[in-house]
Structures are given as C-alpha cells and as structure tokens.
Write a protein that binds this ligand. Structure first.
Ligand code: SF4
Ligand code: SF4
Ligand code: FES
Length: 236
C-alpha cells in the first residue's frame, strides 16, 4: 500500500512552516503514523521533490496510548500518532500531519505543552494526604486517572487558549478526581479554583468528549464535579 504523508515542518518556532510530502509504502494494515515517522527517521527517504528527508522532530514515549506524548493533528483531527492507523487515510491517498495548534511549536511536530502543567500547579492539583475511597468516588477517580494530559481536548475546545483564565478539560478531569475524594472542608479551596478556571468558562459543547483518545466520559465527570464544586457550595 502507498500513501502520501504531508508533514508540516519547521526547524524552530521562528521559521516559516512548510509541507514536506513523502511517498510512503507500508504492508501492514495496522501500521500507525508513529511507526511511519519512526521508519522515516531511520533515514534514506526522499520527498516528492527529490530532497532527502531529515529526521522529523516529534515526541513519543510509551507507543501504547498510555502517555499522551505523541498527540498531533492527523488528517485535521487531534489524535495520538501511536493509535492512528495509516489505513484510515488509504482511500484519500494522503494524510496531513501537523503539530497541535493550541501550543507553541518547538520544531516540526513537537509542541510545548507546559502550560497544561502550569495550570494544574496553579490550582494546586496535587495529593498531599490520603483520600477517601468509597465505591462511588473510587469509580470517578479511576475514570479521571485515565487522563493522559495529551491536550487533544484543548485543541478542539472553543474556549481554551494557552495563557487564558479557562484551563479546559485537561485541568477539569484531574480536578474531578480530587473533588470526588477530598473531604467537604478540604474541598473548598479547590472548588473555588474549579469554579473560576473551569466551570465559569466551559460552554458545555462537549467537543472534548468526542475527541478524547482515552475515551473518558468528560460529560459525566463534569456533571459530578459541577455538583460538588459549584452547586453544593452555593446552595447547601
Ligand atoms: S481529557 Fe482526554 S483529551 Fe483531554 S488531556 Fe485528558 S486524555 Fe487527553
Ligand atoms: S465542554 Fe466544550 S467548552 Fe467545555 S471543556 Fe469541553 S470542549 Fe471546552
Ligand atoms: S507514545 Fe505514548 S500515547 Fe503515543
């Protein structure tokens, strides 16, 4: 099978990006974008203009849909490269591979997602004590723990931009874990931060639910967190 990979490239953030097209052959119907990038980076490929293809900068770690590092825009949609099969684009004959657009580009397909972690720190989303573990809160916490911090939800969120007051679902999901498990008294400070940086800015369009590569039911967790952080605080 043959497919054209149109890879958006630039050496640094200051450079003007360009598309480099590579005609790529693959045998395995399950071959992923991550595998294609890995093979290209072993060298020996030329682009459709006959120029040698230098190593494409991109991030990966687990190659098993577990770390979120390989998130990028593939075929116009944010996805994990290690979980996106080339055969999905076989009919079109080509696929465009670009960096996520909501974060500053470092080079090629690598972006700087540190704003997501800064936002988590900003609302003090860390554990420094034992949490309650009743059946319901454990289920919620388990679901929330599946968040990869990949940033795909932020890419499609109409209300998120890096540096803005609204921190998006990448903060809303980890917050829902602590909100479900903290005692009422200790929940107060986080509830206020959740209200300010998530609840009041979320338009509830739920594009984040459709796109989440971890399959997290973002709507269910959001409903639970809204009840705990906003409605119970205001009306009880
Ligand atoms: S909620 Fe889903 S899309 Fe958003 S960062 Fe977590 S795993 Fe990624
Ligand atoms: S529901 Fe809509 S506004 Fe809220 S976090 Fe998801 S995509 Fe963003
Ligand atoms: S490399 Fe870890 S999710 Fe793709």
């Amino acid at each position: 099978m043959q497919i054209r990979l149109d890879i958006k490239r630039r050496k640094s953030a200051a450079d003007t990006p360009y598309l480099q097209s590579v005609s790529y052959l693959f045998d395995d119907i399950n071959e992923t974008v991550a595998t294609a990038l890995t093979k290209i980076n072993r060298g020996g490929y030329k682009d459709t203009d006959g120029r040698a293809v230098t190593a494409v900068e991109w991030e990966c770690s687990c190659l098993q849909k577990k770390c979120g590092a390989c998130a990028m825009v593939i075929g116009g949609v944010p996805r994990l490269a290690c979980d996106t099969k080339l055969s999905l684009f076989q009919k079109a004959g080509f696929v465009r591979i670009e960096p996520l657009r909501k974060f500053p580009v470092v080079s090629d397909l690598t972006v700087d997602r540190s704003i997501m972690f800064k936002n988590l720190r900003d609302i003090s989303l860390w554990l420094d004590e034992e949490l309650s573990a009743d059946e319901k809160s454990v289920d919620t916490a388990y679901d929330a723990s599946r968040c990869l911090q990949c940033g795909c939800c932020l890419e499609v969120c109409p209300n998120f931009y890096a540096g803005g007051k609204f921190y998006g679902m990448a903060a809303g999901i980890p917050a829902s874990k602590l909100l479900a498990q903290l005692d009422k008294g200790k929940r107060k400070a986080l509830a206020k931060q959740y209200d300010k940086h998530f609840y009041s800015g979320c338009g509830k369009s739920l594009s984040c639910k459709d796109i989440c590569p971890a399959g997290i039911e973002t709507d269910a967790l959001m409903v639970n967190s809204n009840a705990l952080a906003v409605f119970k605080r205001l009306f009880k």
